[in-house]
Design a protein around this ligand. Structure first.
Ligand SMILES: *Cc1c(COP(=O)(O)O)cnc(C)c1O
Length: 407
């Protein structure tokens, strides 16, 4: 049986012309945004095959962001688990501390190309806001970041970082005062200022063309990892593991491996305090089909369709909806999904710090928890790559509090 034929075809047939990944994705926005989305789509289609743009993008990724990132054999974690080799893809070493800068640079270049001098963004924990503020400073763009009032208080340090780099951070006081409300506010701003403004969305989510475009800006992660693992091991890995918030770091790692049927892939969601209503953000463990913020996908919602409260120890995974491409490949059986709980994450956060001298982001630690389980199951002949999407410096105060350590 030609095992490679089906995935290869599937990989290039989504999204379709209407932005759908099977039944997921699409465009669910106010009429006033259609022109801006169409312009973005047109310009993005141009630059995809424009060698000059791609060369400039690669240059900024190298000298500003710090690519390529190493693929690092975590020897002591591997020994601790007693199974497969555990490699870490070190996105935590990138400028501003996470993978998000890959996409921020790409979209800032698009804003320049469209002649838009003003950029807006939304942020939850502040990581995407910091990445956006950084690229706007670099390219001389005006920057406004929307952030929920509760998040601004929890992430005061990131708010100050953004302001240092010249961004205006606007507090959002509606609803739960967190990420979902910040996105609503950013969309409202975009409707009003669409002619001068580009919206740098921070994950592989939203209306066409964002999910595909953001994934494309991150697929360098998997392209590098593939080359690196072939050089190091002379073969492909048995499994890739990445955490899934909106889904950008995971799709970035997975994409170049989709047509390699021997490579298993697992996305890890936030299991929070366990799978009960309001206690987690594992959309595939409790979500239903719905529409939220531009996109049709799996969403945590109550029987009336109201968006459910979510919880995770990591702000970057704490969102009620998941990127449409993930929903599609889950249906196809190409990507598996699991979750890690807050308690497992707190243990692994300390273990990785102690054994490897690397403090991982709480988001990335979800992937690490599952990667270690898989390493044990695969045994010593196996090879697992875990995407270390970001560094944990931003999380140390919160972890100290949770484990009862006085600073
Ligand atoms: C934002 C963030 C995530 C979650 O976003 P994805 O789009 O799912 O990748 C994961 N890890 C880190 C470090 C982040 O900052």
């Amino acid at each position: 049986m030609p095992a490679t034929a089906a995935p290869k075809a599937a990989r290039f047939s989504v999204p379709d012309a209407t932005g759908h990944f099977g039944p997921y994705g699409g465009i669910f926005v106010p009429e006033t945004l259609m022109a801006a989305l169409e312009e973005l789509e047109r310009v993005y289609a141009e630059v995809r095959t424009d060698p000059a743009f791609q060369k400039e993008l690669r240059r900024h990724l190298a000298v500003f962001a710090g690519r390529p990132t190493p693929l690092y054999l975590a020897e002591r974690l591997t020994a601790h688990c007693g199974g497969a080799k555990i490699y870490l893809k070190r996105e935590d070493l990138l400028h501003t501390g996470a993978h998000k800068i890959n996409n921020a640079i790409g979209q800032a270049l698009l804003a320049l190309r469209m002649g838009k001098k003003r950029v807006i963004a939304e942020t939850g924990a502040g990581q995407h806001g910091v990445a956006t503020a950084s690229v706007c400073a670099k390219f001389g763009l005006e920057c406004v970041v929307y952030m929920g009032a509760v998040d601004m208080e929890r992430q005061a340090l990131n708010v100050f970082r953004m302001r240092l780099m010249g961004a205006e951070v606007r507090s959002v006081d509606a609803g739960q005062k967190t990420l979902k409300e910040a996105i609503n506010e950013a969309m409202r701003d975009w409707v009003t200022n669409v002619r001068t403004t580009h919206y740098i969305l921070g994950t592989a989510y939203g209306a066409k063309p964002y999910p595909e475009m953001v994934r494309d800006f991150h697929k360098v992660i998997g392209a590098e990892a593939k080359e690196q693992i072939l050089a190091l091991e002379g073969r492909l890995p048995d499994e890739l593991v990445a955490c899934v918030g909106g889904g950008s770091n995971a799709m970035g790692l997975f994409f170049e491996f989709l047509d390699e049927p021997s490579v298993r892939m697992t996305g890890v969601e936030a299991g929070g305090r366990g799978i009960a209503r309001g206690d987690h953000a594992a959309r595939f463990a409790g979500g239903k089909l719905g529409v939220l913020q531009g996109c049709k996908t799996y969403i945590l919602q109550d029987p009336d369709g109201q968006i459910e409260l979510t919880h995770s120890v990591s702000a970057g995974l704490d969102y009620a909806a998941v990127g449409p491409e993930h929903a599609y490949y889950r249906d196809k059986g190409r990507i598996d999904y699991a979750y890690a709980t807050d308690d497992e994450v707190l243990d692994a956060f300390q273990l990785c710090s102690r054994l490897e001298g690397i403090i991982p982001a709480l988001e990335s630690t979800h992937a690490l928890v599952h990667g270690m389980k898989r390493a044990r199951a695969l045994g010593p002949k196996g090879v697992v790559i875990v995407n270390l999407s970001g560094r944990g410096d931003k999380d140390v105060q919160q972890v100290a509090k949770l484990i009862g350590e006085k600073l």
